[in-house]
Ligand binder design. Structure first.
Ligand SMILES: NC(=O)c1ccc[n+]([C@@H]2O[C@H](COP(=O)([O-])OP(=O)(O)OC[C@H]3O[C@@H](n4cnc5c(N)ncnc54)[C@H](OP(=O)(O)O)[C@@H]3O)[C@@H](O)[C@H]2O)c1
Length: 366
């Protein structure tokens, strides 16, 4: 069978979990693969599955073993060099995880051997097979930056992997080095981290793969990334300002704002827990002012400081007519209407519920 492949990735720990999900996606996208894991049977099964789509070299062994890393380097040379190295194989440590003061140091050494030293040792072993713009993906964890009790062994090893990645990036500017939090995933490691717990609510590892593909095939600078955040649509800001206002006399307030101010009803709800209405107030904006500015507006509209931290302001087409309608609904004008220095015509009122309100009519003159 012949395949059109011009890119090769070496992925450690590819017999299950995230490594397998990534290998499957890369095979589909025509990448040539070099895969490892310690367990031969599972790895051979993966090789058989993916060999239908691409060239797959599967070498079982332990990433902490120098002879195994040499075998991977020989495979990399045979493949014509590496476009990507994904350091994914990892060791959680004891399950359940002990707190640091009880942590067996011989096991901690092994955690560091797998999670910190092996990724670097692998890069050293394959250094002459790395293409000039190679992508190095070191799979980390939120435990590498957050201080979760019980996660000190694994977490500190991931923190070390992250710093090692950052320095590698600084020392090798032609490379792209990424250290990545894949997020919680429904895998064997997650089950070991939470023994006996139902982990079926965790996302499948496949959900973290598109972010890794973005790093492998996109053009992101070296750095730390959260896999899933890479493919989430960008946050585009709030779409509505809704002022949630608690009123003691609910019926009076609804009558006042809906019928006298003329705000159309959008929605209403009634339940044993309470009542609410949603009134449309046209375009919503949020005006933030500092205390001197708030005092200035009070002085202009009323002549003295009257409002608390919140005041409602409504633009109306005719301040005189709107004021009359609100007075009929129980509002008290706090002053006559005033011409503001910026040209608007403003009327301050106090609504029956006590809220300070400004009605403003925007000047039509330029
Ligand atoms: N699962 C999560 O929620 C989660 C969260 C944050 C970060 N991560 C990180 O994501 C990565 C993948 O984790 P995963 O959850 O997919 O783990 P997993 O399901 O347990 O798979 C781990 C893979 O690595 C292989 N492996 C383990 N130790 C190895 C060694 N010494 N040498 C070679 N291969 C080895 C395993 O096969 P053998 O056992 O046969 O060797 C297996 O193929 C890890 O770096 C992990 O730290 C996971």
């Amino acid at each position: 069978m012949t395949f059109q492949t011009n890119r090769t990735a070496l992925i450690t720990g590819a017999s299950r979990g995230l490594g397998l999900a990534l290998a499957r996606e890369l095979a589909q996208r025509g990448w040539q693969l070099i895969l490892d894991a310690r367990g031969t049977t599972a790895l051979k099964k993966v090789q058989k599955e993916l060999a239908r789509q691409t060239f797959v070299t599967a070498i079982s062994g332990d990433v902490t073993d120098p002879a195994h890393r040499r075998a991977l380097a020989i495979a990399a040379r045979a493949a014509g060099g590496l476009d990507a190295v994904v350091n994914n194989a990892s060791f959680l440590g004891p399950s359940p995880q002990p707190e640091l003061l009880d942590y067996p140091l011989d096991v901690l050494e092994q955690v560091y051997r797998v999670n910190v030293l092996a990724p670097l040792a692998l890069l050293q072993a394959v250094r002459s097979e790395l293409k000039p713009a190679v992508r190095v993906l070191n799979i980390s964890s939120d435990a590498g930056v957050e201080a979760y009790p019980g996660w000190g062994g694994y977490g500190s090893s991931k923190a070390a992997l992250e710093q090692l990645s950052a320095v590698l990036a600084a020392e090798n500017p032609a490379w792209r080095v990424y250290w990545i939090d894949p997020g919680d995933m429904q895998t064997q490691m997650q089950q070991e981290a939470f023994p006996g717990e139902d982990i079926s609510d965790r996302p499948l590892p496949e959900t973290s793969v598109p972010g890794l593909i973005e790093l492998l095939e996109g053009d992101r600078p070296s750095g730390r990334y959260q896999a899933r955040a890479l493919t989430e649509p960008p946050y585009e800001g709030a779409v509505e300002l809704r002022v949630a206002y608690t009123v003691d006399n609910f019926d009076q307030a609804v009558e006042f704002y809906q019928n006298h101010l003329g705000l159309p009803l959008v929605d209403q709800w009634l339940s044993p827990e309470g009542r609410g209405v949603l009134l449309s107030a046209g375009r919503a904006t949020l005006e933030l002012v500092d205390p001197p500015q708030a005092a200035l507006i009070d002085r202009i509209e009323v002549g003295r400081r009257v409002a608390g931290p919140v005041r409602l302001a409504f633009e109306v087409p005719d301040v005189t007519a709107a004021t009359a309608a609100l007075q009929a609904g129980g509002a008290k004008p706090l002053n006559g209407a005033v011409q503001t220095p910026w040209g608007d015509f403003n009327q301050r009122l106090q609504a029956p519920d006590g809220m300070q309100m400004t009605l403003f009519q925007v000047s039509t003159q330029d």
